[in-house]
Design a protein around this ligand. Structure first.
Ligand code: 13P
Length: 281
């Protein structure tokens, strides 16, 4: 059974926690995320971006991610992250994803609204929920980079939410994707105002590298979905690098792979505990 992103996020809002939304790029990262969620009894949002799915092969990723959702002992929401291509978004919907994100945030307001409505119509007709982005969160997301980094305009966000009927809304509030060049400054006043004025669950992207204390404040203000990609990529790579430092002549993919899983798992558990989603699954 598909788990409702919106219902889980509204539950999190009531319970004063956020659900971590983790990106995976390979099987090891996916296993680390699921093991972390199971060990801490946390709900989790398992996310794959368009380019990560292309790297793994769409059919492969659809089948192993859906197997992971079915086998997990905690609620796992399978989410298509940063979809730019509406045809691929529709494929993810058809394949059984719980929710999809359309990112038309660099297009003008009317185009963003029109494309979001197209996705919402198709998704809702298939029992799938939709996240879309208003304002633009810059930085390096997957294979794309952008320097555009303005904050979300509150009136635009209210209008966008009303016109599109999205189930979750991503905002630009001081974070950016990828590694930060300077320490991020979360716009807590903006987050507070948006959460107060918009009932739809609000999503914070680009949250790797943001001090956990800042993320905790954002959760206290009502943020319920926090996206983490880069911190897990770093952990996955460190697990392999450190294994080879200790085993310079090693070659067994199952051994350095296991190390990668363990590092991802440890990093994911840190976030789960900070977001207080442990024991909520
Ligand atoms: P980071 O890689 O900066 O954590 O951002 C991930 C993200 O927002 C995915 O949607």
């Amino acid at each position: 059974m598909k788990i409702s992103l919106k219902a889980e996020l509204l539950k999190a809002r009531k319970g004063g926690y956020a659900i971590p939304a983790f990106n995976f790029d390979n099987l090891e990262m996916m296993k680390g995320i699921i093991e972390a969620a199971e060990e801490t009894k946390s709900p989790v949002i398992l996310m794959v971006t368009e380019s990560a799915a292309k790297y793994m092969g769409l059919d492969y990723v659809f089948s192993f991610a859906i197997t992971a959702v079915q086998k997990a002992t905690v609620p796992v929401i399978l989410h298509w992250d940063h979809g730019f291509d509406i045809n691929l978004i529709k494929k993810a919907i058809d394949a059984g994803f719980s929710s999809v994100m359309l990112d038309s945030s660099l297009k003008n307001f009317n185009q963003n609204v029109a494309e979001t409505i197209e996705v919402v119509k198709y998704a809702h007709a298939n029992g799938v929920e939709v996240e879309s982005e208003i304002g633009h969160i810059g930085g390096k997301e997957d294979d794309r980079s952008s320097n555009a980094n303005g904050f979300t305009d509150i009136n635009e966000a209210i209008e966008f939410n009303k016109l599109t009927g999205v189930d979750a809304l991503a905002i630009a509030a001081g974070t950016s994707h990828g590694l930060f060049k300077s320490p991020p400054k979360l716009q807590l006043d903006l987050i507070k105002e948006i959460v107060e004025k918009i009932e739809t669950p609000i999503v914070l992207h680009g949250s790797s590298g943001v001090p956990l204390e800042d993320l905790k404040e954002a959760i206290n203000l009502g943020i319920t979905k926090i996206n983490i990609g880069t911190d897990l990529k770093i952990a996955a790579a460190n697990g392999i690098k450190l294994w080879f430092l200790e085993n310079p002549d090693g070659f067994d993919a199952r051994k350095y792979g296991r190390s990668s899983i363990d590092y991802v798992k440890a990093e994911a558990i840190k976030k789960i505990i900070a977001f207080k989603s442990n024991n909520k699954g």
